[in-house]
Design a binder for this molecule. Structure first.
Ligand code: NAD
Length: 488
């Protein structure tokens, strides 16, 4: 199967923070892959803008090194890389001062899409927006891309929204949640709303519960200090897990357009019930006793011996609407767990009656949507165990591994960042969070975090490379359920 690549319109893309970690690891390698795929028109221009006082030549070499370092091994065509970087330019700029802004003005062309990627600390978003406006750098065809974290609570998220709204219309603001750029996440919508098969069953009458797990094997690494101010709730649940929950739970939008989809997601967030304290388990990983130097405890990594920040969360929540009343949603995410795996599992109910008798065994249908690794979907169906010996039932997977089903071309591995940046240029906001969605998510999250602070809640320790604290298993068992195993 040959994938169709439709070139986007000519654009000027300014990457503020163009020398930073995110730009080097994700944004620039992603742009290079789109360039190689033929999606970037020859007139496209990319301009790095950051604090470092370097010239175009030094920036180009930095980008060459970054792309070589952060691309899949053997995937970089050296000639293409040379031609890609030849068109890059760089402006040393100060988001908080006047340095560099006049020079940036001279780089921008008229009549092309202008995109400004704010790959800098959120404390600079307002400064950048203001200076872009003051220097006449924006027009109706301009857009800005802002990175997470979008606030650390409702008040700060509101403030950020106001800072940006002072200079940009909501239709120009692209808040990135890279989970939404994942192929499987979009496939989730295709499967739900492109088939007759699933949607009639997609409700509390037929679904027993839903599990969303985002498990990482790595600890906080060098980001310990930053992470300690955030924790799993702010870093993962408020944004990524919430977005996945919305796509699973939302009503069918009338059209696949940005506002229709985001309106439905917003309704889900607003219908989330407050979470009872005993329905949330927080954890913090211990050192790995087999290798405590490479894998120190959370507190050592965060350089905060009395830290109460969680590196793990498991919770049960409900959506108070007709479709989902009575169906629990279990969310779980954590660092230093036994495997790296992100999966959404829709666990259907048992058949109401077994005509084969209990001795034949009973299995539930499970639709699992795998985000990483090995993106794909699997539907567990019950069949007869082959061979003699009467009717015994077994569970077999109907497996839809995208790479297997579609072949190497159709299964093209387009990274979330690549897709999202091209969507920015196309002006398609469907896979970006709207300001009101973000605020609604904080409205739900804030009381949970405030409750921990008020109660002096301390996260439960858990073994490195385990499934998290035992209490997480118990959260499920109390309801007669089990987490799906975290497998790589
Ligand atoms: P970084 O510290 O590696 O880079 C920061 C960049 O901002 C540098 O290029 C620096 O020159 C520039 N900068 C700092 N102060 C400036 C100023 N006054 N004027 C102009 N430029 C200035 O940070 P990062 O890891 O690349 O993260 C950038 C943003 O992306 C942050 O908001 C972060 O939360 C977010 N983010 C990062 C990652 C990641 O994996 N690194 C993932 C998700 C979100």
């Amino acid at each position: 199967m040959v994938s169709r690549v439709i070139p986007v319109d000519p654009f000027d893309l300014v990457i503020f923070g163009g020398t930073g970690d995110l730009a080097r690891r994700k944004i620039l390698p992603g742009l290079f892959r789109r360039y190689c795929a033929g999606q970037m028109p020859p007139e496209a221009r990319i301009i790095g803008a950051a604090r470092a006082d370097i010239d175009d030549a030094a920036y180009r070499e930095m980008v060459r090194d970054a792309i070589n370092e952060f691309s899949d091994e053997g995937s970089v065509d050296a000639d293409k890389l040379t031609s890609f970087i030849a068109d890059l330019s760089y402006v040393a700029i100060d988001a908080r001062g006047e340095t560099g802004w006049r020079q940036l003005v001279t780089h921008m062309r008229r009549g092309v899409v202008r995109a400004f990627y704010f790959s800098v600390a959120p404390s600079l978003f307002g400064d950048l927006a203001e200076r872009l406006n003051n220097h006449g750098l924006t027009d109706n065809n301009s857009r800005i891309v802002v990175e997470k974290p979008f606030g650390r609570d409702l008040a700060s998220a509101r403030q950020l929204n106001q800072d940006l709204a002072a200079f940009f219309d909501e239709s120009q603001i692209y808040r990135i949640d890279h989970y939404l750029g994942k192929e499987t996440v979009q496939n989730l919508m295709a499967v739900r709303f492109g088939n007759m098969l699933f949607e009639p069953l997609w409700n509390s009458q037929f679904v027993d519960h839903i599990q969303i797990t985002v498990a990482e094997t790595v600890g906080v690494g060098g980001r310990g200090e930053y992470y300690d101010k955030s924790g799993a709730m702010r870093d993962m649940v408020q944004n990524h897990l919430m977005q996945l929950l919305c796509l699973i739970a939302m009503e069918p939008p009338a059209r696949f357009d940005p506002d229709a989809v985001r309106d439905e997601k917003l309704k889900v967030i607003r219908a989330l019930e407050p979470v009872e304290p005993h329905h949330i388990i927080r954890g913090q990983y211990d050192a790995d006793p087999t290798d405590p130097v490479e894998n120190p405890s959370y507190r050592e990594g965060a350089e905060n011996p009395s830290s109460k920040t969680e590196s793990f969360i498991a919770m049960k929540t409900h959506i108070a609407n007709w479709r989902w009343a009575g169906t629990p949603f279990y969310l779980r995410t954590g660092k230093r767990l036994s495997a790296r795996s992100s999966e959404i599992s829709v666990m259907f109910k048992d058949t109401p009656h077994s005509i084969f008798g209990e001795e034949a065994g009973r299995h539930r249908n499970v639709l699992s949507i795998r985000l990483q690794p090995n993106e794909g979907m699997q539907l567990g169906v019950t069949i007869k165990e082959p061979g003699p010996g009467g009717m015994r039932l077994i569970d077999v997977p109907l497996d839809m591994s995208f790479a297997d089903a579609l072949g190497p071309d159709g299964g093209e591995n387009v990274d979330a960042y690549e897709r999202l940046i091209m969507d920015v240029i196309r002006g398609n906001q469907t896979l970006f969070m709207r300001g009101d969605e973000v605020e609604a998510a904080w409205t739900w999250t804030d009381p949970i975090i405030e409750g921990w602070t008020k109660r002096g809640d301390v996260p439960k320790p858990y073994d490195s490379h385990s499934a998290g604290p035992d209490a997480s298993t118990q959260l499920m068992r109390r309801d007669g359920r089990e987490w799906r195993e975290v497998t790589p």
